[in-house]
Design a protein around this ligand. Sequence first.
Ligand SMILES: NC(=O)c1ccc[n+]([C@@H]2O[C@H](COP(=O)([O-])OP(=O)(O)OC[C@H]3O[C@@H](n4cnc5c(N)ncnc54)[C@H](O)[C@@H]3O)[C@@H](O)[C@H]2O)c1
Length: 457
Amino acid sequence: MSQRSSFYPELKRDIAPPHGKLGVLIPGLGAVATTLIAGVHLINKGLSQPYGSLTQMQRMRLGKRTSPRYALIKDVVPLADLNNLVFGGWDIFPENAYQTACHAGVLPREMLDQVKDQLETVRPWPAVFEQAYVRRLSGTNLKSGTTKKHLADMLIEDIEVFRQREGIQRAVMVWCGSTEVFTQPAPVHETIEAFEAGLKANAPEISPSMIYAYAAISAGVPFANGSPSLAVDIPALVEYAGQRHVPIAGKDFKTGQTFLKTVVAPGLKAKMLGLAGWFSTNILGNRDGEVLDDRGSFRTKEVSKGSVLEAIVQPELYPELYGQVFHKVRIEYYPPRGDAKEGWDNIDIFGWLGQPMQIKINFLCRDSILAAPVALDLALFLDLAQRAGLSGIQEWLSFYFKSPMSRADLKPEHDLFIQHLKLTNTLRILVGEEVLDHSGLDYYESSDAYRTGMGEA
Ligand SMILES: NC(=O)c1ccc[n+]([C@@H]2O[C@H](COP(=O)([O-])OP(=O)(O)OC[C@H]3O[C@@H](n4cnc5c(N)ncnc54)[C@H](O)[C@@H]3O)[C@@H](O)[C@H]2O)c1
């Protein structure tokens, strides 16, 4: 068999071991965050399983198919142990994580009661909030400061106090706060100098999520953005993360309908089946749904969900197949459903000689049940990235996002399967293992293969 293989030994990293506790800092202690925190404690008590988490359950192949090793990801790369996670966070409402989790109604009360003590210790610190950015919410647990710079300094102080109190060595921040109204990048977002001047001058274009992201990077804390708001996805903060050697990732957790879209669309394209239209609609009744009922916040989500399809089917390469796709996404706030979202997709496709066909998908999912393991994996992988000396945009984490961040001159990758290969191959590279491209021709190049008629004559 051919000994040629894809090793990148020059990219292998010395990864510092995950000694001690890892602080997980969460702006927005709502449904997703409390489902994550409750879940980690339930799992640590041996009362449940981390279904949906790659870092906890997935195995990846290492080595050739003739002598494969199927190792757990957490055995391939050194990840923080779930028993070493300590949670802290901010919210505009003062309720502790137990009260919020009961109110969110994602997990049954009997489950929450098994970790009530642990949840009650997570009491949100006062938030940096501006109602112009989330018009449907108003809370009382707020910081006040004369300038946005002052507010950022208060967040950095919170992080420092938390580090000292909990005796934590490392921390990551995962934004689980509400979706802010749609904003376009402005001159104040262009450079870190302009941004810092804007913080001092209270520039209205600097949103609360950007202030948290700035505070995290200033404190050397990796930042992931689970919402579609810009947050860290502006040139100034990308530049700043590079300067400070801090890993960042975003944006918008890929969980329900968009997850399935990035499974089905690559399949249609791979088969060269045409697409006439894709109508996606949802009902959900949690607080996220209430916030998205506002036109400004919905627009942010709409843009995030909308970019996926075009990026996958590439109408510029296949105008006959994908040049006329009618793509529409709706989200309807429907309180009786709570966190149990229901999504419908109607997909109009066409095949041989232009003959039409339809696909219908009805996904009865649970928003926070899908999002919690995503938030967990991001926290653990960003901590890994930092210990491996990676910094700036972590494109290999695109798998987890609806609108993956990428270098400005590169198109983001949306195809779930390419994203997954990118993630697992990045892990292989980090530990000096062979990259897998699945072409497999090397298995048929040996003299044995020729004898059995499988090689060239
Ligand atoms: N659940 C999913 O499947 C999913 C998928 C993709 C993205 N998201 C995004 O994740 C985020 C969280 O979703 P959720 O279902 O937990 O929503 P949620 O409404 O239950 O929680 C969000 C929390 O953020 C708080 N908040 C708002 N602004 C804040 C600020 N400036 N500082 C601190 N706290 C603030 C709110 O008070 C609320 O408690 C949303 O932006 C949502 O769009 C969720």
